[in-house]
Write a protein that binds this ligand. Structure first.
Ligand code: SAM
Length: 453
């Protein structure tokens, strides 16, 4: 294949990022903006040893599994590459991805439960970070195009509750009214960089205005406007991010208005969330995820449980009343503080939260606390090897692994399967409809400690 030449092909799969996969004489080429079953014309733009990247030229024949909407799905940005693939087909693809990754990477050939999808797979996100930029001198708020710094102006965010649309409109009006300068990366001037919007079950919102500098011109006018036009806004923060990193939020948060925390609910539990705490993005599916984790754990009043990567203690609190003790480990200080407050607010007295990196804290904790069950819920990169080794030393009866990345999950499980553990349950859950991501709850049992659940 030649770079710059045009080829034709049938899309047969998605990559883990959601690009279409075409095989041209057996050579895989990845093309964005297509779905499985499309026959397309593409230009080869990059050729590596084992794969190429192509650019879509035209769709010759549309897939029968395409879904069209009355709005331009492109405005939702690069985070939802599967949006034009029928939802039931997305679910099947994700279920199969979990099965294939476990087999290919982990060498684990096991039955998996049918994936649990959403009844209404829209407006499910309770946290979004939305870039603010400029097109030809005009301020725009919207998501980035895939693999680009170009912003697509957003009218309605079908991934978040309606209150987010209202906030975006209000901020846009304030920018126009007071001629507020958005941050210009090239010149290093201007103020506003991003909006972080968190929402809760009661349709209340926390707005985080990310700025390059400490001053926000006409700040009080903005607060006044938001309070007047978006009554659901109960908390406003400024976050200062002067760095050029890939992270949206910088280290410094300044409380500008209202509540310091946003209170949200999962099942019977309430959680106070700080602007920088991790909280699962999809409330409806999170409840299913936690219920599954709890079922797999088979809680008993003699159990001592480690909740590793505990965030604001959500899983810990979910199981606390059914076990003797639960011990969380988490590296973000504010999340640990939230966990302790959340325990108190929910009347939980048998939980402890330790601050620190799990790979440093856990090896010490296993000498003091003889937990017989373990939950791990790491970020996408999976567990550090020190965490896996500490779990092996601890030798719990059950390990419940909650994962948002089947590849690193399979890598970690492979180590545990060599150490007397067997995967006995796999439950995929669709936490992120229309993205290529899939969440999973896995039960591992130590040989000799297996019983039916
Ligand atoms: C996928 S979240 C899970 C949080 C929580 N279990 C929940 O359901 O909301 C992963 C968490 O791990 C934390 N984390 C990341 N790296 C860590 C590390 N090395 N040690 C401990 N916690 C870490 C993050 O701050 C985040 O809260």
């Amino acid at each position: 294949m030649e770079i710059g030449s045009i080829y034709e092909g049938l899309v047969i799969d998605f990559t883990h990022e959601g690009s279409g996969v075409i095989k041209h004489d057996g050579f895989p080429v990845f093309v964005e903006g297509v779905v499985i079953g499309d026959t397309i014309e593409f230009e080869l733009v990059e050729k590596k040893k084992n794969f190429g990247n192509g650019k879509l030229v035209s769709i010759i024949e549309y897939s029968i599994d395409r879904e069209e909407f009355s709005f331009d799905t492109g405005t939702l940005g690069g985070g939802v590459p599967l949006i034009n693939y029928k939802y039931e087909k997305q679910l099947k693809w994700k279920e199969n991805k979990v099965k294939q990754d476990l087999l290919r990477i982990g060498g684990i050939d096991t039955d998996i439960e049918p994936i649990i999808g959403m009844k209404h797979p829209f407006r499910y996100r309770n946290h979004s970070q939305i870039p603010v930029g400029d097109i030809d001198g005009r301020a725009v708020i919207g998501y980035y195009k895939s693999k680009s710094n170009d912003i697509i102006p957003l009218e309605e965010d079908y991934l978040q509750p309606e209150i987010a649309d209202q906030i975006i409109r209000t901020v846009k009006d304030w920018i126009a009214e007071y001629d507020i300068k958005v941050f210009d990366k090239e010149k290093g001037i201007g103020v506003i960089k991003h909006l972080g919007i968190r929402t809760n079950e009661n349709n209340e919102a926390m707005l985080i205005i990310v700025t390059a500098f400490s001053q926000i011109p006409n700040k009080f006018e903005l607060i006044h406007k938001l309070v007047k036009e978006c009554p659901g806004v109960v908390s406003i923060y400024q976050n200062i991010n002067q760095e050029k990193s890939k992270f949206t939020y910088g280290r410094e948060y300044i409380h500008l208005f209202g509540q310091e925390h946003l209170r949200d609910y999962i099942g019977d539990f309430q959680f106070d969330i700080s602007p920088n705490s991790f909280f699962q993005v999809n409330r409806v599916q999170t409840k299913i995820l936690y219920e599954t984790a709890k079922e797999y754990l088979q809680c008993g009043m003699e159990d001592i449980v480690f909740d590793i990567y505990s965030g604001i203690g959500t899983i810990s609190l979910f199981i606390a009343k059914d076990v003797k003790k639960v011990i969380g480990v988490e590296s973000v200080k504010a999340a640990v503080e939230n966990g302790r407050i959340n325990a108190r607010n929910n009347g939980v007295t048998n939980s402890e939260f330790y601050l620190g990196k799990a790979e440093e804290v856990l090896p010490k904790l296993i000498g003091i606390n003889k937990a017989n069950k373990v939950i791990v819920d790491p970020p996408r990169k999976g567990c550090e090897i020190e965490v896996i080794e500490a779990i092996i030393d601890l030798a719990p009866e059950r390990i419940v692994y909650v994962s948002c990345n089947p590849s690193t999950l399979a890598r970690d499980l492979k180590i545990l399967t060599k150490e007397n553990y067997e995967v006995t349950k796999v439950q995929p859950v669709d936490m992120f409809p229309h993205s290529a991501h899939v969440e999973c709850v896995i039960l591992m049992q130590r040989s000799g400690s297996k019983d039916e659940i």
